[in-house]
Design a binder for this molecule. Structure first.
Ligand code: NDP
Length: 275
């Protein structure tokens, strides 16, 4: 019997840690599967997926720059993929291509479970209004915070997200948008979903958003604390990077494909040690 086949598709793809994570999950849960990197040409995402399905592929993770094409390719979508407008997980079942998005639930699981931070009734500041911010909004709102403020360099993009997600925001939650300079009150949770850390830049934030009870979360991760984490820590906040989000979104994809929920603590520790 041939092991069930899964891939992570992107361009570039050589850097992806997903094969290591899923190999660990497969060993831990006793699943007979293999999981590889698949480089798709920039103009050849759909053909690459179809070829993989033709070879018996059962599922795929999708990363930069193909999450929107994966959304368009799926012929059924989960509610959270629909809200995100992007797909990072495909499941192939007969002729059906299911599209899901596990980034948001990965973030929320890392914050709520691993960091022990209860999101209910909290004040949240979400920095950024790109794909990552959009992908996490529905899972965040489902945890019923008291307030969720989206701050972005281009404020109009934050306002668009507020309009789109207003129907998902519960009666007790104030959902609003602003520019960075206007966010001045103290928040319980500040999430950096901008790509500023990639260029070692800091969104121009007031230090007053942080306090000793604040959790400052950067979706980015690396061997050193990001500049955002350093700034937040210097103003008394507890800090966390996005490595746990990466591992938890993978665990959710694994669950969608295999129906088994893997443990994440050992693989998280192993990845941390390798960074
Ligand atoms: P996008 O390109 O879609 O959006 C980028 C966002 O960052 C926009 O809101 C943009 O603002 C803002 N931005 C960019 N540069 C700056 C800057 N110098 N100062 C302030 N704001 C800036 O990117 P994504 O949303 O896809 O990704 C964002 C981050 O999230 C990346 O660092 C990515 O690595 C991380 N990520 C981590 C994951 C994980 O598993 N840990 C999963 C997914 C993403 P504007 O609208 O004004 O251009």
């Amino acid at each position: 019997q041939i092991a069930a086949a899964y891939v992570v598709i992107g361009n570039p793809i050589a850097h992806s840690k997903s094969p290591d994570i899923h190999a660990h999950f497969a060993a831990e849960t006793g699943q007979d599967m293999r999981y590889e990197r698949l480089l798709a040409p920039l103009d050849g995402f759909v053909a690459t997926v179809q070829e993989f399905i033709g070879q018996g592929g059962r599922g795929a993770n999708v990363t930069v720059p193909f999450k929107l094409e994966a959304y368009a390719l799926a012929n059924s979508l989960t509610a959270r993929a629909q809200a995100a407008g992007a797909v990072n997980t495909l499941k192939f079942d007969g002729g059906d291509i299911l599209g899901d998005n596990t980034d948001g639930v990965g973030l929320v699981t890392d914050i709520a479970h691993n960091a022990g931070f209860d999101l209910a009734h909290k004040k949240i500041l979400l920095l950024g209004a790109g794909g990552a911010a959009r992908g996490v909004l529905l899972p965040l709102l489902e945890r019923q915070p008291a307030q969720l403020t989206i701050a972005n360099r281009t404020a109009a993009k934050a306002q668009q997200l507020v309009q789109q997600f207003q129907p998902y925001s519960g009666a007790g939650c104030i959902l609003s948008a602003c520019g960075f300079a206007e966010a001045t009150q103290q928040y319980d949770l500040v999430i950096n979903a901008t790509s500023a850390s990639l260029q070692a830049e800091l969104p121009p934030l007031a230090a007053s958003v942080f306090g000793p009870a604040t959790l400052a979360y950067d979706m980015m991760y690396g061997p050193q604390p990001t500049i955002f984490m350093q700034f937040a820590a210097s103003h008394g906040a507890r800090v966390r990077d996005g490595l746990g989000m990466l591992v938890e979104q993978a665990a959710e994809s694994f669950f969608i494909w295999r129906g088994v929920r893997p443990r994440t603590d050992a693989v998280f520790a192993a990845l941390r040690a390798q960074l």
